[in-house]
Design a protein around this ligand. Structure first.
Ligand code: F6R
Length: 258
């Protein structure tokens, strides 16, 4: 595992951006597994700026998103499909058929999960980006999810619904279900980069990195991956022990930036 502690969300996003840039530069048709949420917003803006200013092209790239709510109207702005289009996809030169997100607006959710599995099988991800839930979830794999879980319909915990209520007018509007890639699907990516920013993530970061590897903390499963990069900011690192901090590479907080 590689741990990078950065001064703030801006520096965190720059570090994550370096991974994206390295991947697309090396491989024009790279497959990116991507999350939604607040954490990657700056990173997505950096990708857009870089595309517009430096001409980095995503024409051949493929994007496969982690998850999608079930039960929102097709045109609801909080659907992750719309989030991705407005925060990233519509501002890059990616071809729309190469952007994938679980379909939850179809007759059979089961069929939709099977189709996503088939897609994942034929599109090995070069890099999987993740955010971390305050309860330690990755994708919408909530605490208690078996590490062998694959793409499926899940029920969101009250913690998650409460955390996501900020995007809706009230918690009652937050969907109770979602389709998500499973933990096993996530672990199949060649490289994993997980980002966590802010004080509210400090306990989850600690559980993920220092606690037992246990289903009670889905993020802890990532420690079984051989190419894992954890990028957090100072606030999210607050609860880590000194020995974990000493192993970290430090950027933008008076560190050497190596
Ligand atoms: C979103 C997702 C979630 C988020 C997590 C953190 O597609 O899969 O696991 O990454 O809930 O969300 P933010 O970044 O909003 O704190």
């Amino acid at each position: 595992m590689n741990l990078i502690i950065t001064s703030d969300n801006q520096t965190l996003s720059q570090k994550a951006f370096q991974f994206i840039k390295e991947t697309i530069t090396r491989k024009a048709d790279a497959v990116f597994g991507l999350p939604t949420g607040d954490t990657p917003k700056k990173l997505y803006q950096m990708m857009i700026d870089d595309h517009q200013q430096q001409g980095t092209s995503y024409r051949e790239a493929r994007i496969i998103n982690l998850d999608e709510y079930v039960g929102l109207a097709t045109d609801h702005p909080q659907r992750y499909f719309h989030f991705m289009r407005s925060h990233l996809i519509d501002h890059l030169d990616i071809q729309l058929p190469n952007f994938h997100i679980p379909r939850s607006d179809c007759i059979s959710l089961h069929q939709s999960c099977l189709l996503y599995e088939a897609l994942l099988a034929t599109h090995p991800r070069d890099i999987q980006l993740l955010g971390l839930g305050i309860n330690g979830h990755i994708g919408f794999n909530e605490p208690g999810t078996p590490f062998t879980a694959r793409t499926r319909v899940v029920t969101l915990t009250e913690d998650t619904r409460r955390a996501n209520a900020r995007f809706f007018s009230s918690i009652d509007e937050v969907p109770k279900r979602a389709i998500t890639m499973g933990i096993e699907n996530i672990l199949e990516a060649k490289k994993i980069v997980i980002m966590a920013s802010g004080k509210s993530k400090a306990q989850a970061v600690r559980n993920m990195l220092e606690g037992e590897i246990t289903e009670a903390c889905p993020g802890s499963a990532l420690r079984m991956h051989r190419d894992l990069w954890v990028i957090i900011d100072t606030l999210a690192s607050q609860k880590l022990s000194d020995s974990t901090r000493h192993q970290a590479m430090v950027w933008g907080v008076g560190g050497d930036g190596q």
